[in-house]
Design a binder for this molecule. Structure first.
Ligand code: NAD
Length: 368
């Protein structure tokens, strides 16, 4: 289960959809097409052992269908691991709508998409992602109840960013504890790259703990405001990777841990909110470890957003979400310990813990 398939049937060509699904053991893929609204979408359900597959819907101008399929398969699998490591009773799923989110979206298209989500009978629960707005989700909600991450005014859990930022802060503190014996960040030099929804709240936590904060953002106005408010030092552009820092917190975009930046980074901890921070998991996960840097796996410490969305599914509030996000501290400690004792990169330790949980809970469920 969940492992790369070793014995693909010879009846399937390399590029066939089912062959691709079998590579990472996806359960189901639904192709959605509707001429009247122009909808072209793919919903991927990776694994539902722990619960319904939850994951956002992304609208993107993919160059071709295979690109869209690859993206939805990769992203849905990521959601399985994120939910499993966080201890949630959710599986992994994702949806992509092929098209330009600025020019090709309409109420009818989103509602037609909602009908497809509904047709899965709760096996897949959708939410917002890139190219999809709260308004779009309101349209989806008109056709299905299998939607989460709605605004508070619609009875939803609202902006997940504060919970995400808290989880990242917890993961950072756990890494500090493992490195120095204390989880205090007082006096630690922290470089926060990206001070958007998550980064800004993270800076708030760090400033309250008297960390020495550096901030960077391509939005000059925003970074100036944040720097002034929290007495942080602004770093421009690529200089981020040359700063004399203890902790690097990528909170903007992925793949910033790569061959180039690893020769420059002087930090001892990497802990941030951005997804897919390691440019190539297998290569850079090992390189980070070899450099003696503790890497708090992104999909674990940024799971606060998923915890928040899950609160709508389970019916609990913000307080409980924060409580659950605080547990990211303990899980991060467990992963770093496993990584050290087995001499494996932290991302791999986290993957294995997620797989073990799915396997164990899968057995609990069998008697039903
Ligand atoms: P956001 O769009 O609000 O903020 C991102 C910030 O990064 C923006 O201010 C943007 O100007 C800045 N930025 C973009 N490119 C940059 C660059 N090259 N250098 C410096 N700054 C740059 O996004 P967010 O909600 O704060 O999320 C931050 C990251 O965390 C994203 O990668 C997101 O996928 C991930 N994430 C967010 C959540 C959540 O709850 N919001 C949950 C999980 C993961």
């Amino acid at each position: 289960m969940l492992k790369v398939s070793e014995n693909k049937t010879t009846l399937l060509s390399e590029n066939s959809v089912i062959a691709q699904m079998s590579t990472f053991d996806h359960e189901q893929v639904l192709f959605c097409q509707d001429n009247a609204t122009g909808l072209k979408a793919i919903i991927a359900v990776h694994n539902t052992v722990l619960g319904p597959a939850l994951g956002g819907t992304r609208m993107w101008k993919y160059n071709n269908e295979m690109e869209a399929l690859n993206d939805v398969l990769r992203l849905s699998r990521g959601m399985t691991y994120k939910a499993a490591i966080t201890g949630l009773n959710l599986g992994g799923g994702k949806a992509v709508i092929i098209g330009d989110s600025y020019t090709q979206k309409s109420e009818a298209l989103m509602r037609r998409f909602g009908k497809f989500v509904e047709s899965l009978g709760g096996k897949y629960i959708t939410a917002e992602d890139v190219g999809i707005s709260t308004k779009d989700m309101e349209y989806v909600k008109m056709e299905t109840d299998y939607v989460s991450g709605l605004p508070v005014s619609l009875g939803g859990s609202g902006d997940p960013s504060p919970v995400t930022a808290f989880g990242v802060y917890m993961g950072m503190k756990a890494a500090a504890k493992e490195l120095t014996g204390s989880d205090s960040l007082t006096g630690k030099k922290v470089m926060v790259q990206g001070v958007g929804h998550v980064g800004q709240v993270l800076v708030d936590y760090l400033a309250k703990e008297n960390a020495k904060v550096f901030v960077a953002d391509i939005n000059e106005l925003r970074v100036k405001e944040v720097a002034e408010k929290y007495k942080a030092t602004v770093i421009n552009g690529d200089d981020v990777f040359d700063v004399d820092m203890d902790i690097y917190a990528p909170c903007a975009l992925g793949a910033t841990i790569n061959d180039n930046t690893l020769t420059r980074l002087k930090c001892s901890i990497i802990a941030g909110a951005a997804n897919n921070q390691l440019a190539d998991e297998k290569v850079h996960g090992v390189k980070v470890m070899d450099k003696g840097i503790i890497y708090a796996p992104d999909f674990l410490i940024n799971a606060g957003g998923l915890i928040n969305v899950n609160s709508e599914v389970e019916g609990y509030g913000r307080e409980r979400s924060m409580e659950m996000a605080s547990n990211i501290y303990n899980t991060t400690l467990d992963i770093i310990k496993k990584s050290k004792s087995e001499n494996i990169p932290t991302y791999l330790a986290a993957n294995q813990m997620a797989e073990n949980r799915i396997e164990a809970i899968g057995k609990v469920k069998l008697p039903y």
